[in-house]
Each structure stands twice: as structure tokens, then as C-alpha cells.
Design a protein around this ligand. Structure first.
Ligand SMILES: NC(=O)c1ccc[n+]([C@@H]2O[C@H](COP(=O)([O-])OP(=O)(O)OC[C@H]3O[C@@H](n4cnc5c(N)ncnc54)[C@H](O)[C@@H]3O)[C@@H](O)[C@H]2O)c1
Ligand SMILES: [Zn+2]
Length: 262
């Protein structure tokens, strides 16, 4: 029987996975991710999707690849911005690690602090280890909640506000990773405001983020941002689901009213 092999970034992986899941009601496919984002995020977990004129990721399926083969050497030719957008998701895993309930203690925050320079220089062995940690965390979440009934929502940390940034700038100005880094900063500030965490943790988180020199994104009109967040397909009625830090490397989902965000 035929099978598909997706060699490329998240777009190729998602498109191939979607085609494989629907062609003849499903044929095997294999992922060979070639961007950092695809290695640590999109190739693992079995979500496939395509964009339509009516919205991003609007049409899709849950469909697991038969295998995922990762070789960090692919990442050497990625341009700086593409590499950084993947780092945005990597940093995210460090802030949600304990909530991923992985049996192994991976301590990604330490790894990021100690190896930041080697990561930025794309040291092959360090990248290998880094990807391994992130994949283990994602697998740990997805195997407990494959279809996003509960736990999987934590992977959305930074994404509620991040998606609104992407939308308000028409997906042109910032990469996904840049937007979610800003979304995580927003979430840390909101968590301090709601007394969920102390300021020290927020400062520590900001220090981790600073190590990777993400672009600064200005603030946008909050009313407009709230409107966009309410349109997010994951919002229920007029409540906005926000993943917020509650402790070191720990997050929880909160349903907030728009007035909680002002
Ligand atoms: N399925 C999921 O769970 C999931 C999760 C996150 C994101 N996604 C999807 O993934 C997509 C983003 O993925 P992405 O960031 O990999 O973007 P992408 O697939 O668009 O790749 C980014 C760019 O890098 C190029 N490229 C790929 N590999 C390269 C290499 N080794 N060297 C040089 N250039 C290379 C590509 O041609 C492209 O221009 C989005 O469509 C998003 O919706 C899916
Ligand atoms: Zn993401």
C-alpha cells in the first residue's frame, strides 16, 4: 500500500497528514520535520489542518503518523527568524513543564538557562537534547488527552493573546513564535495581577525569554484584542479561556470575562 512521507516544516506536515488521513479514508504517513517548530510541536501529537479563506486551521483531522524521524542537521539552513519562532514554542514548554505530568524530571528551564548560547549557535548535540525534551513533554500531554478534552489545552499557553496579535497584524508582521512569546509575557503579567504568582517568578520567566532576544511587540488596543480573543474558536460563549501560570513551570486554565483583562 502507498504511504506519504512529509519532509518539511509544519505546513508540509499538516497538509500531508490531512491528505493521508482522508485519501482512501486514511493511508499511512511519516513525518520528517525540518523546522524547529515542526520538530518540537507540529510533527508530534497528530493534529492535521489546512487553512481556508474562512480561517486558519479550519479544516482538519486528528491523525497520528506511523513514525516521526528527526535530524537536527536540517535546522542548520533555517533562517534566523524561522529558528526563533520554534524557540518560542520551546520556551513555552519550560513554563508548562510540571503541568505536562511527564514521569521524567526534564528541567527544561535549567537546560535553557545553561545552554542558551549553544542553542542559539545551533550546536547539534544540544539541539538534539533540546528537541528530545520538548517531544517528551508534548507526548506526555497528548497521550493523556489526544483530542483536546482537557489537559491538551495547556499547550495553548501564550496562544490566546498570541493569536490575537497574529490576527491584528494580519499574520504578516510577526511570526507565530514571536506572537506567543508576547502572549506568554501578557499571561505572566495577568497572573501577577490576579495574585496567582509572585513577581519574582515573573522576573525569572522574563529572564529566560530575554536570553533568546525575541523581538519586542508593542501593545495593541485592548478592546480590539479582546474582540479578537472572543472570536478564537476555543472561546466558549463570551468567556475567554486563558492558560495562566500558577507556580513555577505550572499552568492552569481559567475562564475569564473580558473585564478581567482590562
Ligand atoms: N499540527 C500541529 O499540531 C501544529 C502545531 C503547530 C503549528 N502547526 C502549523 O505549522 C505551520 C508552521 O510550521 P513552520 O513554522 O515549520 O512553518 P513552514 O512549514 O511554513 O516553514 C517555514 C519556512 O521554512 C522553510 N524551511 C523548512 N525547512 C527548512 C530547512 N531545513 N532549511 C531552510 N528552510 C526550511 C519552508 O520552506 C518555509 O518557507 C503552521 O501552518 C501551523 O498552523 C501545526
Ligand atoms: Zn503554537
Amino acid at each position: 500500500p502507498i504511504s506519504f512521507i512529509a519532509i518539511g516544516g509544519g505546513v508540509v506536515g499538516d497538509l500531508t497528514g490531512f491528505a493521508a488521513s482522508t485519501y482512501m479514508r486514511g493511508i499511512d504517513f511519516i513525518q520528517v520535520p525540518t523546522t524547529l517548530l515542526a520538530c518540537v510541536d507540529s510533527s508530534v501529537g497528530g493534529k492535521t489542518a489546512i487553512d481556508t479563506d474562512y480561517g486558519k486551521n479550519l479544516v482538519g483531522t486528528f491523525y497520528q503518523p506511523k513514525a516521526v524521524f528527526i535530524n537536527p542537521n536540517f535546522l542548520k539552513t533555517l533562517d534566523e527568524r524561522q529558528f526563533k519562532t520554534g524557540l518560542g514554542e520551546v520556551v513555552k514548554y519550560s513554563f508548562i513543564e510540571k503541568s505536562c505530568k511527564c514521569e521524567e524530571d526534564l528541567n527544561l528551564t535549567n537546560f535553557l538557562s545553561e545552554k542558551a548560547e549553544m542553542i542559539v549557535n545551533r550546536d547539534e548535540r544540544v539541539l538534539s537534547k533540546l528537541i528530545e525534551i520538548c517531544v517528551k513533554l508534548k507526548i506526555s500531554v497528548v497521550e493523556k488527552d489526544e483530542k483536546e478534552g482537557g489537559l491538551r489545552r495547556i499547550l495553548n499557553f501564550g496562544h490566546t493573546y498570541g493569536h490575537a496579535i497574529e490576527k491584528i497584524t494580519k499574520y504578516k508582521k510577526y511570526t507565530h513564535g514571536e506572537a506567543i512569546v508576547e502572549g506568554m509575557k501578557f499571561a505572566f503579567n495577568l497572573a501577577v495581577k490576579r495574585n496567582l504568582i509572585d513577581k519574582n517568578y515573573k522576573f525569572l520567566a522574563e529572564d529566560v525569554i530575554k536570553k533568546f532576544n525575541f523581538v519586542d511587540i508593542p501593545e495593541f488596543d485592548m478592546e480590539k484584542m479582546i474582540e479578537l480573543m472572543q472570536m478564537d474558536k476555543k472561546a466558549t460563549f463570551d468567556k475567554i479561556v486563558f492558560i495562566l501560570p500558577t507556580d513555577y513551570s505550572t499552568v492552569e486554565a481559567f475562564e475569564l470575562d473580558s473585564k478581567d483583562l482590562l
